[in-house]
Design a protein around this ligand. Structure first.
Ligand SMILES: *Cc1c(COP(=O)(O)O)cnc(C)c1O
Length: 402
């Protein structure tokens, strides 16, 4: 997944252009910049690559989610439906706006279950937020249908699946708004950074103003801009955007390497009886950043994870026990531990978590292993990894089924 594996002279050149001009701020200072507008250039490249009318860069993927929600008018007491398997950023961004994260089950796609979404809709629901975890997407056709029926917005968190597609459309561009992260471990990186894409003119304008203190960005006098509404500072710097300008040009090469490496590993372990694979919704194409597979039981999955790690197959994850990505370990959310008082709407809105039943999610996550696909493996390393994975999984499954 990480773009930092293919890091080099191109990134350095882009950053040096910013350092030479001395203008590290994305707005203003027109006379000093020697024509360098890195954030603008990256936004243009994003629009072209992901086929959307608008792109707004911000300081992180978490900021992108927050700004996208704010741009769509989400506020106190609104409910946002999100999956139990994601990153903590999902509920952080929702709570930051005084809105309520409504966790619902995942299915064998490891993303939002459309049925669970339907069951969670209330009169306060405003947004459905699928998270395309580990390189593959939610069933966007089914979710879009539900959103249309109930007049809800579809906001795609494509932070982990940039470059994947659904029905031929880039992930992130299928809903009303889409978000990317360009943090250091994502498929392409700015160091830190995030982006929002949309075809909606109002959301785009709102995102542009909101992410820069609500400034209206009209005219050339920065200090004279007015504020149509309250905002915040979620700006990206020119230095970060410059890195992204080099990285986005490498995206298609990165995706090709990931797919090739993924297919070698998948071919190898698909011969092991008892191993099955995450379902990719019809019409979907992954970005191949992870190979995700199921073991027959929670017990065998734990054993397989331990055995793989012991055999030196690094970067394989058992998310069921993970603090960052799965609801079972989000004790701070369950206990509502915040530094200050949470808004009343959030406190009351989160009450349901005390008695929520996510056994359907546990059924899938308890059996899932995800292996990161690296770009830097040599042919020999890849072959060795493939045979090691196959041998290790076979051993675990034969010894436990006897
Ligand atoms: C990385 C990530 C984010 C947040 O991105 P940051 O740039 O690290 O703030 C949000 N959602 C998912 C699914 C992610 O993987």
């Amino acid at each position: 997944m990480p773009g930092f594996e293919l890091f080099g002279a191109e990134e350095r050149q882009q950053v040096n252009e910013v350092l030479d001009s001395g203008v590290l701020m994305r707005y203003g200072f027109d006379g000093m910049r020697n024509g360098h507008w890195k954030a603008r250039a990256l936004e243009n490249a994003i629009k072209a690559r992901f086929q959307t009318k608008h792109a707004q860069l911000v300081s992180s993927g978490t900021a992108a989610l927050t700004v996208a929600l704010a741009a769509a008018g989400v506020g106190a007491g609104d409910e946002v439906i999100m999956p139990t398997f994601t990153f903590v950023a999902s509920f952080e961004s929702i709570i930051a706006l005084g809105a309520v994260p409504v966790l619902v089950d995942i299915d064998d796609t490891l993303t939002l279950s459309p049925k669970a979404v339907r069951d969670a809709i209330t009169p306060r629901t405003k947004v459905v937020m699928p998270v395309h975890m580990c390189g593959s997407m939610a069933d966007l056709g089914a979710l879009k249908h539900i959103c249309d029926q109930h007049h809800l917005l579809l906001l795609e968190d494509a932070c982990q699946a940039i470059g994947g597609t659904y029905d031929g459309k880039p992930l992130g561009s299928c809903g009303d708004l889409g978000c990317f992260s360009f943090d250091y471990v994502k498929t392409i990186t700015c160091g830190e950074g995030g982006g929002i894409i949309t075809n909606n003119d109002t959301y785009a304008k709102n995102a542009d103003h909101y992410s820069d203190h609500g400034h209206d960005h009209i005219g050339n006098d920065r200090g004279a801009e007015t504020h149509p509404f309250l905002g915040y500072n979620f700006r990206i710097s020119e230095l970060n955007a410059a890195v992204g300008c080099a990285q986005i040009k490498k995206l298609d090469d990165i995706l090709k390497i990931q797919e090739k490496n993924y297919e070698v590993l998948k071919d190898s372990i698909s011969t092991v009886e008892g191993v099955s694979f995450r379902r990719i919704p019809e019409g979907g194409k992954e970005n191949y950043s992870f190979l995700n597979f199921f073991l027959p039981t929670e017990e065998t999955a734990r054993q397989a994870h331990k055995a793989l790690t012991g055999a030196g197959v690094d970067a394989c994850f058992y998310w069921y026990d993970n603090n960052w990505h799965y609801y079972r370990k989000w004790e701070h959310l369950m206990a509502q531990h915040s530094l200050g008082k949470l808004p009343k709407e959030v406190k009351e809105g989160l009450q349901y978590l005390g008695e929520a039943d996510f056994s359907a999610s546990d059924h899938w996550m308890g059996r899932t292993i995800s292996c990161l696909i690296k770009l830097s493996w040599s042919e020999d390393e890849l072959k060795e990894r493939a045979s090691m994975m196959e041998a290790t999984l076979s051993k675990v499954l034969t010894s436990t089924t006897i």
